[in-house]
Design a protein around this ligand. Structure first.
Ligand SMILES: [Cu+2]
Length: 165
């Protein structure tokens, strides 16, 4: 019995030795993540109004990465639509077309602008119409910083008055 007890103690000691680097590794990872979160600033987020449920809309913002390492917007969670994709615009035969991208790179020390005609968050299969003045909740998922949830206003594009259609 005594011998058996010793075996358990030494096994425990061995396990503690094995797991302690994992614990400190996990803590470091958490620090790294909250640090990456501190370094991201999301400004002027907005979503385009949409007249019909089942339709599409697009979301924009300026995302500043003031840290020293790159991050990446990889997904957006929301209940306003059944599908969300990250899109960019490319010119094809003189026409601007939207194309899905796997992520939006946020280089350190730069501001990445999601704007009409450029990078944007695409909402497809809206669960309800979106009207100017509404507010919706979005959770942006970043590769390094993790998730940021925020309330985003629905509003008309700022340059709408200057366009003839
Ligand atoms: Cu799009």
């Amino acid at each position: 019995m005594k011998k058996h007890g010793l075996t358990i103690i030494s096994t425990l000691g061995f396990l503690i030795l094995l797991t302690s680097p994992l614990f400190s590794g996990g803590r470091q990872n958490h620090d790294h993540r909250s640090h990456a979160l501190e370094n991201l600033r999301i400004e002027d987020p907005w979503i385009r109004p949409a007249p019909q449920a089942g339709g599409t809309s697009a979301g924009y913002a300026q995302i500043t990465n003031s840290g020293t390492s790159p991050d990446r917007l990889i997904h957006v969670h929301t209940t306003i639509s059944s599908m969300v994709e990250l899109h960019t615009h490319i010119m094809e035969g003189g026409l601007a077309r939207m194309r899905q991208v796997a992520g939006i790179d946020l280089a350190p020390g730069t501001t990445t602008e999601l704007k009409p005609g450029g990078l944007h968050i695409m909402f497809m299969g809206l669960s309800a119409p979106l009207s100017d003045g509404d507010e919706v909740e979005l959770t942006l998922v970043f590769e390094q910083a993790g998730e940021i949830t925020m309330t985003v206003p629905v509003r008309n594009p700022p340059d709408r008055q200057g366009h003839h259609h």
